[in-house]
Design a protein around this ligand. Structure first.
Ligand code: CMP
Length: 143
């Protein structure tokens, strides 16, 4: 079963959007297999956003993601990587469709409420950066 890494960013946590965001993925039918409220150390933030190292906004990105607690999660389900990206909406909230998380709650491209892995390779890398294997649970099939 596919897994993805999703994270409510500091703006989303401070605006009390954790419940709303978790609820959307639960209602869609995905299963939460790991979660933690945490402050990201600078070194982890730099690793997580390593692919943006050369971008002019890299410093701003690292400063923002380490500015307050985030809610890091691993979700599991069929096509969860692509479907979660659709549910999040475009990176820049001004382009994100109503009904998506960023379309409904995002303000700016930096403060865009949520991060989600963009491919199976990033999902594996990001899950590994934030979670140990024994921090992820398995569900028995109930229905
Ligand atoms: P995210 O999905 O977390 O991955 C990289 C982040 O870079 C992206 O969301 C945006 O929040 C951020 N980002 C992209 N473009 C800019 C920009 N021009 N200025 C500041 N942040 C940006």
């Amino acid at each position: 079963m596919e897994r993805t890494f999703l994270m409510v960013k500091p703006d989303g946590v401070q605006r009390n959007l954790i419940g709303e965001i978790v609820s959307r993925f639960e209602k869609k039918g995905f299963q939460l297999v790991g979660a933690k409220l945490m402050h990201i150390p600078t070194e982890l933030a730099e690793q997580h956003y390593g692919e943006h190292k050369e971008r002019p906004f890299f410093g701003e990105l690292v400063d923002f993601i380490t500015s307050g607690p985030v809610f890091a999660m691993v979700w599991e389900g069929e096509n969860v990587i692509a479907t979660a990206r659709q549910m999040m909406g475009s990176t820049n909230p001004k382009d994100a469709a109503p009904g998506t998380i960023r379309g409904d709650f995002g303000l700016t491209v930096g403060k865009n409420v949520i991060h989600g892995s963009d491919s199976p390779a990033s999902a594996a890398r990001e899950i590994g950066l934030f979670f140990k294997e024994d921090e992820l649970v398995e569900y028995k099939k109930l229905v």
